[in-house]
Write a new protein. Structure first.
Length: 729
């Protein structure tokens, strides 16, 4: 077989940086440094490497300072706003990431990344190498050829000769069309009154700008007048959009060959930025201790009895469940793991299913053995996200009772500013240990299998490690909680609250699916009517849900003012539409359409699909360690955000109904948090009781709560009411 040509990928680094910055708007480390662009850029880079598997790769940056185009036309890119302040300090980190992946990062003073890319693409294509330029910039279409294509990873779109011909008439026509049409993003003026479609038609007819300008006698009207008056502007624009293809770049032929990343350098960067998942993947393999650990599968009654004896002797043990899914009220139990000593753990498989699976102990026999221990008041049960495991065990008839210790909640109190309280992240941060990724045992993507299909041998190491690491985290976090003076809050609020949340999730809530289906049908009719009105006001049909099409209708077809352009097109956010409401009634109709469409998709369509087939109710998850403010959150579905301000929202609330003989009670906090956090005052205690102890702080005032609000529940517990004050909330 003939040898396949080498494949070189050239990444438009400057474009990628901005795309990453705007794709992930809110991300920072515990020191407050913005990290969104670093994280986004790193993952976009990895996506290219993993999915395309190039032989060679380089990242190209714009140079600092003015370029030769600025000398030609001082207004070039004058409409560009300054780099966002929080992006500036991220640029050096991004370049460090590129260096740590052992990839060349190239820039040249006085030139843009596009010029470097155009030069490199031509040079390597001439050597028979297939070149892919990773960019969303249409300017680079002028370098496309049989051996050069563009890849827009954000849109998953490839542009080759065919696509460029359809848009511009060929790569050699790109600069001709842009010379006439200009480029608003770069402030290239072009010729007034001529857009891209008109420019293409003119170039299709006349071939190039100079031939067109020499043939103006064949044109009439305003178009001819503008071309006559702005001929020099068209020539200037052509200079500005033409990429340099012969830069003097000191680059060897093998300079871009892919190499192994520098894991030590990546570890340093990801630790500073607190990218826990990336750190787990790229840090130096710290699983050496796993090879020394003793992880055993329990496959017979003798092994089971030995494990139970060890658990009974210990005052505390860690345990974990392996299941067929993420929903604890729908997933089936596959196995359980236990640990009493760091570095040692058992895994008890109960329902693995694959060809050649070893004989496993019957589920009822295993539950009969472990059930009394999980329900014992004499043993501390330790878990990571323990509520999930309690719910899973509840489905098979086993009650897991206090005392309990959840390492996730302990981390939430001891380090509430951490980006993640997941076990993998905690193991990396607190134990310097990289856990086995789930994908390593169950695969990923289309090749992913359910855990009950994983070989017992692999499952044992993975599951036993979970219990082992959970136990190690317990030993690490227990003193940390005490050091942060959060022990009382942890014991008396967080851990005491968990069993209540378990009961709430198990109980679920009843909904009237028939009523919600009826509301969906009504909303569908209203949406159709609104769509018809909007199309009538616009004078054309278009996809109202497409920001691109909507922006073109509002600001190009209707010519409405107050538009603002972003890198991806016209902005059509709520603020813009509210401002436009003063100019044209179409804006209000669009807002109504969006609001109604969201209600339909989020509630009336979605809620009936969440009804549990066994209970006939919906079961939300109540999360203790998600919000930064310390409050509980609700998910799948979010029951804390059911709308009430609109008529449709109130009708949706009617879809929540009580069971027979019961009623639903809704209570609003009504700014109670502000009253709770008022200065501490000593009120006379009830007769016979001690005065309440002030929280740690300044004299008799309450301690100022942290920005994460992690003391809020503690304030709730300690609040005392004035005599006669109602505890209505």
């Amino acid at each position: 077989m003939p040898k396949q040509p080498q494949r070189l990928f050239l990444i438009d680094g400057s474009s990628y940086i901005y795309r990453a910055y705007y794709a992930i708007r809110h991300l920072s480390n515990s020191q407050g440094m913005a990290t969104n662009a670093i994280y986004g850029f790193t993952n976009m880079l990895l996506k290219v490497i993993r999915e395309s598997q190039p032989d060679q790769l380089a990242v190209i940056y714009d140079s600092k300072g003015p370029t030769f185009r600025k000398d030609i036309y001082p207004e070039y890119k004058a409409n560009r706003s300054a780099m966002p302040e929080d992006l500036v300090p991220q640029i050096p980190y991004i370049k460090r990431v590129v260096d740590a992946f052992n990839l060349p990062g190239i820039e040249k003073a006085g030139y843009e990344a596009d010029d470097i890319i155009a030069t490199l693409a031509g040079k390597f294509a001439a050597k028979g190498i297939e070149v892919t330029v990773v960019t969303g910039d249409k300017d680079l279409m002028q370098v496309v050829s049989d051996r050069v294509c563009l890849l827009d990873t954000m849109k998953d779109k490839i542009s080759g000769p065919t696509e460029v011909f359809e848009r511009f008439g060929g790569a050699d026509k790109v600069i001709e069309v842009q010379a006439l049409a200009g480029d608003s993003s770069d402030n290239v003026p072009g010729v007034p009154g001529i857009g891209e479609k008109t420019a293409k038609a003119l170039i299709d007819e006349f071939g190039d700008v100079e031939t067109l300008l020499a043939s103006l006698d064949q044109l009439k009207g305003k178009r001819r007048e503008n071309l006559e008056n702005f001929a020099d502007q068209a020539r200037l624009s052509k200079q500005l959009v033409t990429l340099i293809t012969d830069l003097d770049l000191d680059v060897d032929d093998d300079a871009f060959v892919m190499a192994e990343p520098n894991r030590q350098a990546l570890t340093e960067i990801f630790k500073e930025c607190e990218f826990h998942k990336l750190l787990q993947e790229f840090s130096d393999d710290s699983r050496a201790s796993a090879k020394e650990a003793s992880y055993r599968a329990v496959l017979n009654e003798t092994d089971l009895a030995e494990m139970i004896a060890a658990l009974e002797k210990s005052e505390r043990f860690a345990f974990d469940t392996e299941t067929t899914g993420l929903d604890p009220l729908r997933a089936d139990l596959v196995g359980l793991s236990f640990a009493v000593t760091p570095g040692e753990a058992w895994y008890v498989p109960v329902s693995h299913r694959y060809l050649g699976v070893p004989e496993q102990l019957p589920l009822d026999k295993v539950l009969a053995a472990v059930g009394p221990l999980l329900g014992s008041a004499e043993h501390l049960k330790i878990g990571q996200n323990l509520k999930y495991d309690i719910l899973v065990m509840g489905r098979v008839g086993v009650a897991v009772t206090e005392p309990l210790f959840d390492t996730m909640l302990a981390s939430y109190l001891a380090n509430s500013s951490a980006q993640s309280h997941g076990m993998d992240s905690l193991a990396t941060e607190l134990l310097d240990y990289r856990t086995i990724p789930y994908s390593e045992v169950a695969g990923s993507g289309k090749k992913k299998i359910c855990f009950d299909e994983v070989e017992v041998e692999k499952a044992t190491v993975y599951a036993a490690e979970d219990a082992d690491i959970t136990l190690r985290l317990y030993e690490k976090l227990l003193p940390m909680v005490a050091e942060q003076e959060q022990q009382e809050l942890f014991d008396n609020v967080e851990m005491a609250l968990m069993p209540i949340l378990v009961k709430m999730e198990q109980a679920g809530i009843r909904i009237d699916a028939e009523l919600l289906h009826g509301l969906s049908a009504d909303m569908e009719k209203k949406l159709a009517a609104l769509e018809s009105e909007i199309h009538g006001l616009a004078g054309t049909t278009f996809n109202i849900g497409s920001p691109k099409q909507l922006g073109e209708v509002l600001f190009e077809r209707l010519g409405l003012p107050k538009g603002k352009k972003t890198k991806t097109g016209w902005s059509t956010d709520v603020e813009v539409l509210n401002n436009l409401g003063e100019e044209h009634e179409i804006a209000a109709k669009i807002l109504d359409y969006r609001s109604l469409s969201k209600l339909k998709g989020t509630y009336t369509d979605a809620l009936p699909r969440l009804i549990h087939p066994e209970t006939g109710r919906i079961h939300s998850s109540f999360n203790q360690a998600v919000t930064a403010t310390g409050r509980l959150s609700s998910s799948d579905p979010n029951l804390q955000n059911i709308p009430i301000r609109t008529e449709e929202g109130r009708r949706i609330r009617e879809g929540f109904i009580p069971s027979e003989g019961c009623l639903l009670l809704a209570a609003d906090y009504s700014q109670v948090e502000l009253r709770i956090l008022r200065p501490w005052r000593r009120y006379p205690p009830p007769h016979g009781q001690r005065s309440p102890r002030p929280l740690p702080g300044d004299g008799h005032r309450r301690a100022t709560p942290s920005s994460q609000g992690d003391q809020l529940r503690c304030h709730l517990r300690h609040e005392r009411l004035r005599p006669g004050q109602a505890a209505g909330h």
